[in-house]
Write a protein that binds this ligand. Structure first.
Ligand SMILES: [Zn+2]
Length: 294
C-alpha cells in the first residue's frame, strides 16, 4: 500500500470558533514522507502536526512553532484526514485556527472527497501494537491495545439530563467513519460559552457549530444527529488527536472520559515505548483489514 496525498488543491472558507471571523483554508498535495503540515500565510510559518509541537490541549488541540505562532482546533480536520488515509497534505490558513465549520468533520470529509486522493512512490507504514499502552488521570483513562482490526470504544458520563452515560463502539473503515462519526458535532454548555465570551474567546461559537445546552436541555431546535452524538464526537476527536502519531495504527482504542489532554499523553507514551509497537509496511492482508471498504 502506497502513501496517499490529494489529487488536486481545494479551497474552503469558514468561521473561526474563537475569533468569529471568516478564515480561508486551502488543502494541497505534498510528497511522500512529508506528513501533515500547516502553513500560516498571515505570519509565514510552517508547523508540522506532531506530538512534539503540541502547545495546549485544554479546550482543543493546539500546535505551534518555536516563535509563538499557533494553529488551534486542528482535531476535526485531522480526524477527516486520518479517515481518508491521507499521509501527506499541506493545510494553508490565514489565521491561527482551523475553521469550525458545523462543529463536526463532515465539511472536511466533503472537501477531501472533492480533492480526491493519489498514490505516491513511498509505501505506507502502520503501527502494530505488541503491548497495551495506557494513560490514566483520576478516573479518566485512554489506552491502545493490540488488535487484529482498528476499533474504538468510548464511554462518557456527564451529570446533565441530555447526556448522562453514553457508550459507543466503532469498527474503523473510511465508510463507517463517514456514516457513523463524521457528522457528530462538538458540544458545550451555555454557562461556559458566556464565560469564554468574557475572555474574548468562542466569539464564533453558535448553534450552527455546536450542540449547546443550558442546565436542563439542548437548545438546538433541530435536535441531535445521532442518539449518542456526544460520545461519537469524542471518538471523532480521538481519531484527530491520534493522527499526530504520523501513521495509522491497527489497535483497539478504549477510553472512559478521555480528553484532548489524555489523547496527547497517550501519543507521547506510545512514542516513548518503542518495545510496545512495530512500525511495519502495510501488506495486502493488513490493507484489507484496514481499508476494506475503499
Ligand atoms: Zn471536537
Amino acid at each position: 500500500m502506497y502513501q496517499l496525498t490529494l489529487k488536486r488543491k481545494i479551497d474552503g472558507v469558514g468561521i473561526g470558533l474563537h475569533k468569529g471571523i471568516p478564515i480561508k483554508i486551502s488543502l494541497e498535495p505534498l510528497d511522500s514522507n512529508s506528513g501533515v503540515v500547516f502553513y500560516r500565510s498571515d505570519v509565514d510559518t510552517y508547523i508540522q502536526a506532531k506530538p512534539q509541537n503540541v502547545k495546549d490541549t485544554t479546550m482543543a488541540t493546539v500546535i505551534g512553532d518555536n516563535r509563538g505562532n499557533i494553529v488551534s482546533t486542528i482535531e476535526h480536520l485531522l480526524s477527516a484526514i486520518y479517515a481518508f488515509g491521507i499521509d501527506n497534505i499541506l493545510i494553508i490558513l490565514d489565521s491561527y485556527e482551523v475553521p469550525i465549520m458545523d462543529g463536526s468533520s463532515a465539511s472536511f470529509c466533503m472537501m477531501l472527497k472533492d480533492a480526491n486522493t493519489q498514490k505516491l512512490k513511498q509505501k505506507k507504514k502502520v503501527y502494530m501494537l505488541k503491548d497495551k499502552v495506557e494513560v490514566k488521570q483520576d478516573n479518566k483513562v485512554v489506552s491502545l491495545s493490540p488488535s487484529l482490526t482498528p476499533k474504538y470504544n468510548f464511554s462518557i458520563r456527564f451529570p446533565h439530563p441530555s447526556i448522562g452515560y453514553q457508550k459507543h463502539s466503532f469498527e474503523f473503515t473510511k465508510q463507517n467513519y463517514i456514516e457513523e462519526i463524521s457528522r457528530a458535532r462538538t458540544f458545550g454548555f451555555l454557562k461556559d460559552i458566556h464565560m469564554l465570551r468574557k475572555k474574548d474567546l468562542a466569539l464564533g461559537g453558535s448553534l450552527e457549530n455546536a450542540i449547546v445546552m443550558d442546565q436542563k436541555r439542548i437548545l438546538n431546535i433541530e435536535g441531535l444527529r445521532y442518539e449518542n452524538e456526544f460520545v461519537r464526537h469524542k471518538i471523532l476527536d480521538a481519531i484527530g488527536d491520534l493522527r499526530l502519531l504520523g501513521h495509522p495504527y491497527i489497535a483497539e482504542y478504549d477510553s472512559y472520559a478521555g480528553s484532548h489532554d489524555l489523547n496527547h499523553l497517550l501519543t507521547k507514551e506510545l512514542l516513548n515505548s518503542p518495545d510496545k509497537f512495530e512500525l511495519v509496511e502495510l501488506d495486502g492482508i493488513k490493507e484489507m483489514i484496514f481499508y476494506d471498504q475503499r
